[in-house]
Write a protein that binds this ligand. Structure first.
Ligand code: GLC
Length: 539
């Protein structure tokens, strides 16, 4: 019954960080024509939708997440015609295009904010969150910016503070003001009318703030070295109950355009996260599920718990999704090592639900150590340890200087990984055992198998604590996935003696008949096994 599913359910999303994908105009920064020139690669790889991090005009204080015009393209990236062309060429290849929508804050250089700031009686004053100083002249309350320091900035001229939950150059919009909502909804319509297939909504859970501006409680578990954003519990700055009405409004707009998708960026505990599907499944189609990114320990039992708890918590009819990496978090191949990262890809691409892949992760790209002097990211400038630059380095296309990201004589905006000679598209496309070959094989199998793309998901009990084993099933089609989370050989015994056929090992070096009663997995190995119909009915 594949036809009952939408493209955003059966498809795989690929996140492009446009600055770092491909530089076509020799300025060291990636751009839209660069992305267009790589659409065939993405098609070859086998993903279905591209999500672009912001490409709008921006002073780039937070690399495009500080927008000064929501309905245009930053000249660094190209023109509106380039965007239209990208959309057209993507659609010709049956690829969808998802844009980043950043509703919580604008740039301080956005005309709205400039008006708002100009004087207290300006008609746009209330479009942002302005407050009088506390009686001692200090900030109105204790709220902190997720990039560190107070979330309040004193404006000398108008003698009030404005709120910025991120950088000082990212003033928060006042979503309680109906005109703000209308203006932001018009922006959604602008892009939907142009034909984009959906939006990833930036920090969706933070749009509304406590109307009484109460102090946030401190996080008792915070310790030095943890990110500054974790120092407080964002009780009054996030996930307020009236957020759901806003999510419903956005969904209603998108729904008028047919099969489009709304993806919410939501770093929330599971019970709060799933509320963003909406009581009537009328909020986000995909509230981003970051559990594989945020879990403190990577291991078989933790992952099984996470998968089981998520599956059990999903509201009826809600579609799951999984994320392994993004531009804000260290790359998976750095977090768990390159060997284990292959198994992580098998996990991502065989779990039930829409996977989101981060550009370059399909190559096994790792974080690149960036000398503090070359850091760009605002939190990184405050504390190099928390810089997000290392996971945003140029895509590695080939063995030429700068990995083919930009011409040899041009300096890329961030340094290219030193191991790019080994880990790049051109080399890995030729290698039968490469990381890229594995990811492509997984994507191919996922696409061609209803069990993997839309089938049910059930964890299988087996005694080995280093391994996680699960069943994907659709009608009579059944697959077993067995993943070894340790670096050592493990034996997995399923309580049945049936036969299957090994379709894929993460080592890419064997396939063929497989007895389920005793499966041997090498260190860091994952196996994808097709179960013969009519056999092994016990599972
Ligand atoms: C989101 C983005 C991040 C950005 C922040 C502020 O978390 O993913 O990159 O810094 O929002 O817009």
């Amino acid at each position: 019954m594949m036809h009952a599913h939408s493209w955003w359910q059966t498809g795989v999303i690929y996140q492009v960080y446009p600055r770092s994908f491909l530089d076509s105009n020799r300025d060291g920064i990636g751009d839209l024509p660069g992305i267009i020139s790589k659409l065939d690669y993405l098609r070859w790889l086998g993903v279905d939708a591209i999500w672009l991090s912001p490409i709008y005009p921006s002073p780039m204080a937070d690399f495009g997440y500080d927008i000064s015009n929501y309905t245009a393209i930053h000249p660094l990236f190209g023109t509106l015609e380039d965007l239209d062309s990208l959309l057209h060429q993507a659609h010709q290849r049956n690829l969808k295009l998802i844009l980043d929508f950043v509703p919580n804050h604008t740039s301080d250089e956005h005309p709205w904010f400039q008006e708002s700031r100009s004087n207290r009686s300006n008609e746009k004053r209330d479009w942002y969150i302005w407050r009088d100083p506390a009686p001692d002249g200090g900030p109105p309350n204790n709220w902190t910016s997720r990039f560190g320091g107070s979330a309040w900035h004193f404006d000398e001229q108008s003698e009030q503070y404005y709120l910025h939950l991120f950088d000082v150059k990212q003033p928060d919009l006042n979503w309680r003001n109906l005109k703000v909502r209308q203006a932001m909804y018009d922006i959604l319509r602008f892009w939907l009318d142009r034909g984009v297939d959906g939006f990833r909504i930036d920090v969706l859970w933070m749009l509304l703030k406590d109307e009484q501006f109460r102090d946030n409680p401190m996080n008792p578990d915070w310790k030095p070295g943890d990110p500054p954003s974790a120092r407080q519990v964002g009780l009054y700055t996030g996930d307020l109950p009236d957020m759901h009405a806003l999510a419903r409004e956005m969904r209603a707009i998108v729904d008028r355009y047919g099969e489009r998708v709304l993806i919410g960026e939501l770093y929330l505990p599971l019970t709060s996260l799933i509320q963003y599907y909406g009581e009537q499944l009328d909020e986000a189609h995909l509230p981003f599920n970051f559990q594989l990114v945020t879990m403190p320990t990577w291991g078989a039992s933790t992952i099984r718990q996470v998968v089981d708890a998520y599956e059990a918590a999903l509201p009826r009819g809600a579609w799951p999704n999984w994320v392994l990496g993004n531009h804000d978090r260290p790359r998976i191949a750095t977090r768990v090592g390159r060997e284990q990262a292959r198994t992580a890809q098998m996990l991502l691409l065989t779990l039930r639900g829409t996977p989101t892949c981060y550009y370059g992760d399909e190559l096994g790209m790792q974080n690149v150590a960036i000398p503090p002097a070359l850091m760009h990211d605002p939190p990184g400038k405050q504390d190099p340890q928390h810089s997000r630059d290392p996971q945003r380095t140029p895509m590695q296309w080939d063995t030429s200087p700068n990995a083919g990201f930009c011409p040899p004589e041009v300096q890329p905006w961030l340094p290219v990984a030193s191991d790019y000679h080994t880990y790049n598209v051109a080399v890995e496309q030729q290698e039968t055992h490469s990381f890229l070959t594995l990811v492509r094989a997984l994507l191919t199998l996922r696409r061609s198998s209803p069990a993997l793309s839309v089938g049910s998901q059930r964890s299988l009990d087996q005694p080995n604590p280093a391994c996680f084993v699960y069943l994907r099933q659709h009608g009579r089609q059944r697959y077993v996935v067995a993943l070894n989370f340790s670096a050592h050989e493990q034996v997995v015994s399923l309580p049945e003696q049936g036969q299957g056929r090994l379709l894929l090992s993460t080592h890419l070096d064997h396939e063929g008949p497989m007895a389920l009663g005793e499966m041997h997995l090498r260190g860091n190995e994952g196996l994808l096994i097709w179960l013969f119909p009519f056999e092994s009915q016990m599972i």
